[in-house]
Ligand binder design. Structure first.
Ligand SMILES: [Zn+2]
Length: 270
C-alpha cells in the first residue's frame, strides 16, 4: 500500500492538463441521482456556457463559490474561521510543513467524518501527508456535511501535503500538494463498514464526462452511482476548484484529487 501511495504521490497532477490519451466518451446515459434536479440543471447550464466540458472554466457564480472564497482568504481569516466552526486542529510549524502557507493538522473528525491516511496513530501524528493548508480544511468541512448525509464516517486518502524537495529555496512558491492545497481521496467508508472505493467502484473511462447530463458510471452499479452522486454534489456546491477523477487520466485511476487553489477564479472538473 505504501509503495502505491508513493507512486501516486509522484505522478498525481503532474503536468496532466493536456496530452493524456483520451478515449471517446461513453454513450451510456444513465442519470446520476441528485437531491435537486432543477438546481442541477441550472448549474449544468452555467458550466456549458462557461466552458467546454472538463476544461478550465470560470463559472458565473465564481464570486460566491466556497472554493474561490476560501482560496482568497488570508491566513488569519482562515484560522479564525476554523475556530468559529470549532474544527479540531493543531498548527504545525515543523520542517515537514515547509511549502504550506497556513499549515494545520486535523486532530478529529469534521461533522463526524474522519479524514486520514492508512498510517498508524503514531505515524499519523507527525506525517507530512496529513498536513494541509487551512483553506483546504474549510472545503473539507463543507464536504463532510455531504458525506455525513450519506452516512460516510471515514475518508481514506493517500496524502494531502507532500514534502517539498530539500533543495527547494525558501520563499519559492509551491502549488497543489506541495502547498497542502489538495487531498487524494481514495475510499469512503460508511458507518456500517461498507465502503465506496474510487479504484473499484468509480466505473469511469478516460475522457468521459464526470458530472452533468452526459456523465454516468458504466456499469452503473449501486456503489458507482452513489460514489458519483457524492462527488457531483461537491462539484455542484463548488467546494473545490480542481476535481480530477479516473476520467481525467490514468494517474488518477484510484483517487479523487480535490483542491482549493489559492487566488484563482477558474475551475477544472474532470
Ligand atoms: Zn492529487
Amino acid at each position: 500500500m505504501r509503495n502505491a501511495l508513493l507512486a501516486v504521490a509522484l505522478v498525481c497532477f503532474a503536468g496532466d492538463a493536456s496530452g493524456a490519451p483520451v478515449k471517446q466518451p461513453s454513450k451510456k446515459t444513465v442519470k446520476v441521482p441528485t437531491k435537486s434536479q432543477a438546481k442541477k440543471r441550472t448549474v449544468k447550464k452555467r458550466w456549458k456556457t462557461a466552458s467546454g466540458r472538463g476544461r478550465f472554466a470560470t463559472p458565473e457564480d465564481v464570486a460566491t463559490s466556497p472554493a474561490s472564497h476560501y482560496g482568497s482568504m488570508s491566513s488569519g481569516q482562515c484560522l479564525a474561521e476554523l475556530d468559529v466552526r470549532k474544527i479540531p486542529y493543531v498548527r504545525d510549524r515543523t520542517d515537514g510543513a515547509r511549502g504550506i502557507s497556513t499549515p494545520v493538522r486535523l486532530t478529529g473528525p469534521l461533522h463526524g467524518v474522519e479524514f486520514r491516511t492508512n498510517l498508524s496513530a503514531k505515524q499519523r501524528a507527525t506525517t507530512p501527508w496529513e498536513l494541509a493548508d487551512c483553506r483546504l480544511i474549510l472545503a473539507l468541512d463543507d464536504f463532510s456535511e455531504i458525506l455525513a448525509a450519506h452516512d460516510i464516517v471515514d475518508v481514506r486518502h493517500y496524502s494531502m501535503h507532500r514534502r517539498v524537495p530539500a533543495s527547494w529555496p525558501d520563499g519559492k512558491p509551491t502549488k497543489q500538494h506541495m502547498a497542502g492545497n489538495a487531498i487524494d481521496a481514495a475510499r469512503f467508508i460508511a458507518r456500517d463498514g461498507t465502503f465506496l472505493d474510487v479504484d473499484k467502484h468509480f466505473n469511469g473511462a478516460i475522457g468521459a464526462a464526470t458530472c452533468g447530463d452526459k456523465a454516468a458510471p458504466s456499469p452503473a452499479t449501486s456503489e458507482a452511482v452513489k460514489l458519483r452522486g457524492i462527488l457531483c454534489e461537491a462539484v455542484e456546491r463548488r467546494l473545490f476548484n480542481v476535481v480530477l477523477t479516473p476520467n481525467y487520466n490514468r494517474p488518477h485511476k484510484n483517487h479523487f484529487h480535490l483542491e482549493v487553489t489559492q487566488g484563482v477564479r477558474w475551475f477544472l472538473v474532470h
